[in-house]
Design a protein around this ligand. Structure first.
Ligand code: XMP
Length: 219
C-alpha cells in the first residue's frame, strides 16, 4: 500500500514568478514536480483499488486543486463527496475543528479514499477518520499531497503521500494563508512580512461570509 514519498529539498532553484515575488519568498515544489508526482500516486491508488468501487471523500477547501488533478488520472469507477472542516486558527497554528459540511453519500461497506491537502499535527485527519469509521466503511485509506511528520501530535499516517516536507508553513496549490494564495500553481513559502500584514486572529479557516480580515493594498 504505502508507496514512495519524495522528500522536498529545503532549497529549490525554481524562480518565483515575477507577479508573486513581493509576497512569496520561495517555491518549495514547482508545478511540474506536482504533476509528475500525482501521476505516480494515481497509479498506486489505481493498483490498490481494482476490486471495489471507490468513494473519494475530500476535505474542503484546501484539496480543490489536488483533488481535481488527482482524480482525472484515476481510470476507476468512483463516486466523489466532500466534508467541510474548518480549523479556528490563530495565524499559522491550527485550533478547534468545526465541521461545516457533512458527507452525503452512504459509505457503509464501501472502500473510502480520504483526501486532504496536508497532514500536519494529524488532528484534522484523526477527527475525520473517527467520524467516518462510525459509518462502517469496508476500509479507509488516506491520501495527502503533503506530509509534515515532524509536527505530528496524533498517531496518524497516510497511505499515499505526495511529498514529505520540513516544518515550514506552505501555501499554494489549494493551500491558503488567510484565505489567500490558494490559486498559486506551485507550493511555496511566504515572505515573513505577509504574516504581519495579513493577521489571522482565531477565525474560521473557511468563511463564506464577509471577509473579516484587514486587507492590505493590492490584495
Ligand atoms: P492538522 O494539524 O490538523 O492540519 O494535521 C491539517 C490542516 O491544517 C491546515 N494546515 C496548513 N495550511 N499551510 C496551509 O496552508 C500549512 O503549512 C498547513 N499546515 C496545516 C490545512 O488546512 C490542513 O488540512
Amino acid at each position: 500500500m504505502r508507496g514512495s514519498k519524495p522528500n522536498v529539498p529545503l532549497t529549490n532553484t525554481t524562480r518565483v514568478p515575477t507577479r508573486w515575488r513581493g509576497e512569496v519568498e520561495r517555491v518549495l515544489i514547482p508545478r511540474s514536480e506536482i504533476a509528475r508526482r500525482l501521476r505516480v500516486m494515481a497509479s498506486e491508488i489505481q493498483r490498490d483499488h481494482q476490486e471495489n468501487e471507490l468513494v473519494v471523500v475530500s476535505l474542503l477547501n484546501g484539496t480543490v486543486m489536488f483533488l481535481a488533478d488527482l482524480v482525472r488520472h484515476l481510470s476507476l469507477p468512483l463516486r466523489l463527496d466532500f466534508i467541510g472542516v474548518s480549523s479556528y486558527r490563530a495565524n499559522t497554528e491550527s485550533g478547534e475543528l468545526v465541521f461545516t459540511k457533512e458527507l452525503r453519500l452512504d459509505v457503509r461497506g464501501r472502500d473510502v479514499l480520504l483526501v486532504d491537502d496536508i497532514l500536519d499535527t494529524g488532528k484534522t485527519i484523526s477527527s475525520v477518520l473517527e467520524k467516518l469509521s462510525k459509518l462502517s466503511p469496508r476500509r479507509i485509506n488516506v491520501c495527502v499531497l503533503l506530509d509534515k511528520p515532524s509536527r505530528r501530535v496524533r498517531p496518524v499516517q497516510a497511505d499515499y503521500i505526495g511529498f514529505e516536507i520540513p516544518d515550514v508553513f506552505v501555501v499554494g496549490y489549494g493551500l491558503d494563508y488567510a484565505e489567500r494564495y490558494r490559486n498559486l500553481p506551485f507550493v511555496g513559502v511566504l515572505q515573513p512580512h505577509v504574516y504581519k500584514e495579513l493577521h489571522v486572529s482565531a477565525i474560521p479557516e473557511s468563511t463564506s461570509g464577509p471577509e473579516p480580515l484587514p486587507s492590505p493594498a493590492g490584495l
